[in-house]
Design a protein around this ligand. Sequence first.
Ligand code: DAH
Length: 360
Amino acid sequence: MPDLDTIRARYLAEIAEAADEAALEAVRVRALGRKGEVSLMMRELGRMSPEARREAGPRLNALRDEITAAIAARRAALADAALEARLRTEWLDVTLPARPMARGTIHPVSQVTEEVVAIWADLGFSVAEGPQIETDWYNFDALNIPPEHPARQEMDTFYLRRAAGDDRPPHVLRTHTSPVQIRYMEAHGVPCRIIAPGRVYRCDYDQTHTPMFHQYEGLAIDRDISMAHLKWVLEEFCRAFFEVEEVELRFRASHFPFTEPSAEVDIRCSWKDGQLRIGEGEDWMEILGSGMVHPKVLAAAGVDAEIYQGFAFGMGIDRLAMLKYGIPDLRAFFDSDLRWLRHYGFGPLDVPTLHAGLSA
Ligand code: DAH
């Protein structure tokens, strides 16, 4: 048998000199690999006489263990050295100011308002606005809402107090966006194609009603506008807004003082596993009120109803937001704590949104 002390000294020297993990592994293979020098010697043991084996066996085992331990120690030393080197070259400046964290989100009502405006802009409608504090003339009379109409009751309408001794009719917080129809036609005449989004107010509070909510009004007046146009633009709107290929709308005869004929419009939908799907299924959901603008309303706005006609409609923006984003309780929109918005996918303000696109 070769001189084990020489072999031992050689391997320990090679291990000590191994400059990296690869060199170390090469030494290990040469000594202890399947065809390694020490391994081959250990295989020889089987062919030895029992006396020779008793003498050589423990010495070979000890050699193998010593080389194994030396390799492990060297490997740990190399790792330490590598870490030392990294620590010397890599460093963080912990005194740098932190990047600001975006916490704000676009409110769903704002986002949906902008989605709505963008869609109607494509259909050729511009945006009009009116005051939230209205006269009862614009909010009721001009819209052919008679003095005894239930909507005028104090239960439904917020009235503003007049000064003592002033007996003009009180102002109201507008109960709908319909007065913008009158104001717009008065100021700009016809033909016209507008939508009028904004806040409206009613004395109401439950899961689907809040005292302040959002509507938008649509109005298209020209010489030859019919309900067929109304139906087409509403279908176009619903397809774009709900992002579905096909929608089916159902026009139900109804009554509004400011339209004749009047229709409430339902959209085909389904509820599956608590999920609303628009455009399919067996259910119908009411999404708006509409009709052909009443001649008295045109007259109140100074428009010749013998020449001009057109349609109007009113839609709840909060309701659209609830439907599109699956938000069950309207009151959540106007709580002070809006962290729940993240749950419905409304990301921080630095995430590109339609809002960012429009303001850019
Ligand atoms: N103003 C109605 C409301 O607030 C909605 C509405 C219905 C508006 C029919 C319209 C219309 O323009 O034609 O409930």
